[in-house]
Design a protein around this ligand. Structure first.
Ligand code: FES
Length: 102
């Protein structure tokens, strides 16, 4: 579904998603890098637990919410990918616990 345009000048970098190394290009947003790598599920819905994927790609829907370097609820579509960042899916249980203060 997602394909990259030919890269003429951007530097390749890598980061971790759920413990798996993902290749990206400098200047990618985290969401676009994950989609280009074939990863579409970035979080679970807090009520139903269903898998959710980036939708708007402009910071409106929060469907791309992830945990980055231990900080939860980061919008992957707004954050430029960095070398060696550690990214995890936003877990529904964690969202519910955070909302309740624990
Ligand atoms: S995809 Fe909608 S806020 Fe990121």
């Amino acid at each position: 579904m997602f394909q990259r345009l030919p890269n003429l000048i951007r530097k390749p970098i890598s980061f971790s998603f759920e413990g798996q190394e993902i290749e990206a290009l400098e200047g990618d947003t985290l969401a676009s890098a994950l989609l280009a790598a074939g990863v579409s599920t970035l979080r679970d819905a807090p009520v139903s637990g269903t898998a959710r994927a980036p939708y708007c790609m402009i910071g409106v829907c929060f469907e791309c919410s992830v945990e980055i370097d231990g900080i939860s609820h980061q919008q992957a579509c707004l954050i430029p990918v960095r070398q060696d960042m550690n990214v995890r899916r936003q877990q529904a249980e964690k969202e519910a616990g955070d909302a309740l203060g624990g």
